[in-house]
Write a protein that binds this ligand. Sequence first.
Ligand code: SAM
Length: 284
Amino acid sequence: MKHVPVLMREVLEVFAGKKLRTFFDGTLGAAGHANAILQAHPEIEKYIGCDRDPRAHELSSGVLAPWKEKVKFVRGSYAEMIRLVDGCIDGFLIDVGVSSMQLDERERGFSFMGDAPLDMRMDPEGKLTAEIIVNRYSEADLAKIFYEYGEERRSRQVAKAIVEARRKKRIRTTAELVHIIKPVATKGRLHPATLVFQALRIAVNDELGQLEKGIDGAIEKLCPGGRIAVISFHSLEDRIVKNHFRDAKDKVKVLTKKPIGPSAEEIRENPRSRSSKLRAAEAL
Ligand SMILES: C[S@@+](CC[C@H](N)C(=O)[O-])C[C@H]1O[C@@H](n2cnc3c(N)ncnc32)[C@H](O)[C@@H]1O
């Protein structure tokens, strides 16, 4: 499935009227935002597209071909890579989470559909996998991950079911995990495995830690008047963005008093956008 970028118009509005020379896209993915930003800002001299998933380079190179002289692909975590950039940056974008292509690549274990090894690493060279978490973490730590990162109300029951099952046999695949958690996880509008899978993905990729470090690193690198836009999908992520902007109030002015969400039309066309929130700030 093609990845449909969220809050596109709203992201473009953050940078509208700004003269951008250098742009750092921390989560390039399939370059949907990158393509639109490069079209709207022909003055961009250097567009650094960062992704920790090496597949993003392949997926985005076709779309970005018209600008190949300006685009530099860097592989790695945006929290680390931002520190290595020379000079200051006029625009910075983070669009967190998983891409539709990552979900579709079943063998990577992000999806609870089908059967695949319990992996979930965005960076295939990362050390931590979902299999390690599920089989080694204590029951209390599992419950905490499911509650905090997944907002799974039945986190303790899910953790208990996992610990009981792994006593008999190591849990190796997504289908095995779904089979174990389905009877005990919250049942509602979503598939019962949705929240647990989301929580594991956030933990495997240290997504909240990345966001904290990445925002702080980006703020340090912004040119005076440069802008940062962050799209998040989870209340914990949105809180991190809000607090880190607020804590940097001697360095940035917040441009979004409240987070900007998708229009009804966008939600209708792309239900994945439902929980997205955009916040932006400008360097003083
Ligand atoms: C939601 S997609 C981005 C989609 C992109 N904005 C577009 O329009 O196609 C998120 C992407 O960010 C990458 N990613 C997530 N966390 C990352 C991190 N800490 N550092 C670098 N890339 C990351 C994922 O591998 C994925 O490709």
